[in-house]
Write a protein that binds this ligand. Structure first.
Ligand SMILES: Nc1ncnc2c1ncn2[C@@H]1O[C@H](COP(=O)(O)OP(=O)(O)O)[C@@H](O)[C@H]1O
Ligand SMILES: [Mg+2]
Length: 243
């Protein structure tokens, strides 16, 4: 499998190589005998270090797209190349490896494990990556420090506010220094102060060289990105560089 490590310098010399390359991608859901085509032919290229917002109304296919980009689901037709590798040709082990070690996820519902203290949640991607325990702990605490929660490492998610839980989720997303960070409505359940915190953390990640795909239906949130892709009824409607 091609190297897909966090290495902005190497990539900077080869800007033609996209991190994400979708060609003619469709996704059809089947429920019993009923079929629904949630994506109807999507072409999209995202280069290394780009910060892209994907916008669209509810039901337009944003989460479907995110699940495909994150290798959480498989496409129906078309191709998805991730760092040059055809995802359709990878087996389940390679896909799990990509998900756990190369992609950082932030979800609207935080998706933290309630029984584990914050730092145990943050170290999870490293557990899957077979990083030794002492190093996992050190890196988890460092990631919590980056999101301003060093003093909350031992708290369980239920003992934290929504904004703090999402910052823990961001720490978990960045702990493995992923090549790609995917955030699906990360501020959808947050108040304005916590929204500002999370968006500024994403800005920091972008500045540090990560490629970020941020899914949102809020224009204010999308404006933080450099490029806005609008999705409507399973198709890309517009694709605009905004800064
Ligand atoms: N697992 C599924 N089975 C059937 N239909 C689905 C499934 N997931 C999503 N859909 C449908 O696909 C469309 C796009 O959904 P989604 O990607 O979640 O949209 P968005 O995130 O933009 O709100 C919607 O009409 C939704 O009802
Ligand atoms: Mg959605």
């Amino acid at each position: 499998m091609a190297e897909l490590t966090y290495a902005p310098d190497r990539w900077a010399s080869a800007p033609a190589e996209p991190v994400i390359e979708l060609e003619g991608v469709t996704k059809t859901y089947r429920t019993g005998t009923v079929e629904f085509q949630a994506l109807r032919g999507v072409d999209l290229r995202i280069g290394v270090g780009e910060y892209v917002a994907i916008m669209g109304p509810s039901g337009s296919g944003k989460s479907t797209l995110m699940n495909l980009l994150g290798c959480l689901d498989t496409l129906t037709t078309g191709t998805y190349r991730l760092a040059g590798e055809d995802v359709g040709e990878l087996d389940e082990i390679d896909l799990a490896e990509i998900r756990n070690r190369r992609i950082g996820f932030v979800f609207q519902q935080f998706n933290l494990l309630p029984s584990l203290p914050a730092w145990r949640n943050v170290e999870l991607p490293l557990v899957y990556g077979h990083v030794p325990a002492a190093e996992r702990r050190r890196r988890a605490l460092e990631a919590l420090d980056r999101v301003g929660l060093a003093d909350r490492a031992r708290n369980r998610p239920g003992e934290l506010s929504g904004g703090q839980q999402q910052r823990v989720a961001v720490a978990r997303a960045l702990v493995g220094e992923p090549a790609l960070v995917l955030a699906d409505e990360p501020t959808g359940n947050l108040d304005s102060v916590s929204t500002a915190d999370v968006l500024s953390l994403l800005d920091d990640l972008h500045t540090a060289g990560s490629t970020i795909v941020l899914i949102t239906h809020e224009a204010d949130v999308a404006r933080r990105a450099e490029r806005v892709v609008r999705v409507m009824d399973g198709l890309i409607q517009s694709d605009e560089v905004i800064r």
